[in-house]
Design a protein around this ligand. Structure first.
Ligand SMILES: [Zn+2]
Length: 81
């Protein structure tokens, strides 16, 4: 299984808010605690405390396991990134 970087939810949200203010779209990503799949939330700029896997249907507690984000922007460089 590939290892992914996950960070505390609060830290990711704090950084995401900086990026959103600069006009970016951010998508929360997390690792499924059931099958290890790397999952990305469908809606931009919304962060969840848990997420359900579309492959194995297991719900992951993101508050415990942490998460990361994908940033979509045409602005570069970004402040605070
Ligand atoms: Zn899964």
């Amino acid at each position: 299984m590939r290892e992914y970087s996950n960070y505390p939810l609060e830290a990711v949200v704090a950084k995401a808010n900086l990026l959103i203010k600069q006009g970016c779209d951010v998508y929360q990503k997390f690792t499924c605690s059931g099958c290890g799949a790397r999952l990305t939330m469908a809606k931009p700029n919304v962060f969840h405390g848990s997420g359900t896997c579309d492959r194995c249907s297991r719900t992951t507690n993101i508050r415990i396991n942490g998460c990361n984000m994908m940033v979509v922007t045409n602005r570069w460089p970004l402040e605070g990134a």
